[in-house]
Ligand binder design. Structure first.
Ligand SMILES: [Zn+2]
Ligand SMILES: [Zn+2]
Length: 347
């Protein structure tokens, strides 16, 4: 008789692969939710229900998930999972794979403290599982209320949670750690939407424009240049704000003077983000080339809002390679200590 697999691990793996493939959230939730329900069953009940065919009597467990569980318990890789694994193969070219392997972490990711879907520890463990040395946790700032931006009090509380999680990782002998951070809104006047005191305490600050995206070019340029000159900001997130596909529809690029913005980034030694989200892929290659020629540093980030999305760095790597961005210009090829030293050099 073949040995049973872990059905819950299989369900979570399916959720992860669906997420990575940018599938609809409800499909991902069906599997992760079922795993949570089944994980709470008393010893032996899972197997008994699988045998009796009563798994689907449980709220949150549908036909497809039940079938996966039965297959796992029979020691077979669920057909659903096998199909996903087969199509998830990343056929990256050699250069893109090389750059991906050179990245040591991710500087932009959200948890369920703001608009992400998963707790901090789950995001962190997924990042560690991908081989990252660090993950910068960058939940949103207060004014972005639609994304449940963190007040100063909640951010302060989050810093304590991150410190505890890092202590736990160290105890387990993991070299991985969460770096503290924020995706802070760049406000209409170019100021940043969090207290100076807190911004100064964070390891890495990503600053992004999320409002008044249709500002006149002169206004937007001044706004971004002001933010880049702010010593707290380290990385300029998704600089054009464009959306090219996906459930939120499309949105044109914000208009600004790229020469002035990228020159300000060089002057203050800040990084321009290469955002890997499939619906963003920001900046467009045309601007990425201008930033490269201007002498900018870059950060290739996932902007993940769920664990499976932490695997999207290859999207950004492919674009960096296509535009000839060398690894030494990319700040997240740096070990954590050097990344922190670079961020700290801004004040
Ligand atoms: Zn953003
Ligand atoms: Zn973000």
């Amino acid at each position: 008789m073949p040995t049973a697999r872990d059905p819950l691990a299989d369900l979570r793996r399916i959720a992860y692969l669906l997420e990575r493939a940018h599938e609809k959230t409800y499909r991902v939730r069906a599997f992760r939710g079922a795993a949570a329900v089944l994980g709470k069953l008393p010893e032996g009940e899972l197997a008994a229900r699988a045998k009796a065919g009563t798994l689907t009597d449980l709220a949150g467990v549908g036909d497809v998930t039940a079938r996966c569980v039965v297959e796992s318990l029979n020691g077979e890789e669920p057909v659903y999972l096998r199909r996903l694994e087969a199509t998830a193969g990343q056929d990256l070219d050699e250069e893109t794979r090389g750059l991906l392997e050179a990245l040591r972490g991710d500087c932009h990711a959200h948890s369920d403290w703001s608009d992400g879907g998963s707790p901090i520890d789950e995001m962190a463990l997924t990042a560690a599982g991908l081989g990252h040395e660090y993950l910068v946790l960058t939940d949103h700032s207060p004014r972005l209320t639609v994304a449940r931006g963190l007040s100063a009090e909640r951010l302060e509380e989050q810093l304590g949670v991150v410190a505890d999680l890092n202590a736990g990782f160290a105890e387990l002998g993991m070299s991985f750690r969460i770096l503290t951070g924020i995706e802070v809104d760049i406000l209409a006047d170019g100021s940043l939407d969090q207290t100076d005191e807190l911004l100064a305490r964070l390891d890495v600050v990503v600053g992004s424009v999320h409002s008044n995206l249709k500002d006149e070019p002169e206004v937007m340029t001044r706004r971004m240049v002001t933010a880049l000159a702010n010593p707290h900001l380290d990385i300029l997130g998704h600089c054009t704000g464009r959306l090219i596909t996906g459930g939120r529809g499309t949105r044109p690029e914000s208009r600004f003077d790229p020469a002035a913005v990228f020159a300000a980034a060089v002057e203050h030694d800040k990084a321009i983000e290469i955002n890997s989200r499939p619906e963003r892929l920001d900046p467009p290659k045309r601007l990425l080339r201008v930033a490269l020629e201007t002498g900018c540093r870059f950060s290739i980030d996932t902007d993940a809002h769920a664990p499976g999305q932490l695997d999207w760095l290859s999207n950004g790597c492919a674009r960096a390679v296509a535009c000839g961005v060398p690894a030494e210009r990319i700040v997240n090829t740096l070990p954590a200590a050097d990344l922190l030293a670079w961020a700290a050099s801004h004040g």
